[in-house]
Design a protein around this ligand. Structure first.
Ligand SMILES: [Zn+2]
Length: 118
């Protein structure tokens, strides 16, 4: 019998991150589908990013000290990077990334639609 190499799906959900902090992105699926926002943070380890104004989750905070206010705070939750599409800052369209190798050998990201280096 063959020994199965399958793991518990831990690494299967991951997607490669093609985004950087400050990128404008469009949400492809989920409750915020179609919305656009700016990438605030990237977690390559989890394959997730946090986007400004997207995937707002409520956090319940209890007051710990006298005088401190408790309540429900809204904050951005992390999203899988594969649910997001980069919006080109040059042509303003949702695009995929092409990799361009410059004359000096540096690898740069560029827009597949207009070719602009991002
Ligand atoms: Zn473009």
């Amino acid at each position: 019998m063959f020994k199965s190499n399958k793991r518990n799906g831990v690494s299967l959900n991951r997607c490669k991150i093609h985004l950087k902090t400050g990128d404008k992105v469009k949400v492809l699926s989920g409750k915020d589908k179609g919305k656009e926002g700016k990438v605030l943070a990237v977690s390559p380890k989890e394959g997730k990013v946090i986007v400004e104004g997207i995937n707002i989750v409520s956090k319940h905070v209890k007051p710990r000290r006298a005088g401190q206010e408790g309540g429900i705070f809204k904050t951005e939750g992390a999203l899988y990077a594969c649910k997001l599409q980069l919006v080109c800052s040059h042509c303003g369209k949702p695009t995929r990334i092409a990799h361009k190798i410059l004359e000096d050998g540096k690898k740069k990201r560029s827009c597949k639609k207009c070719g602009e280096v991002l």
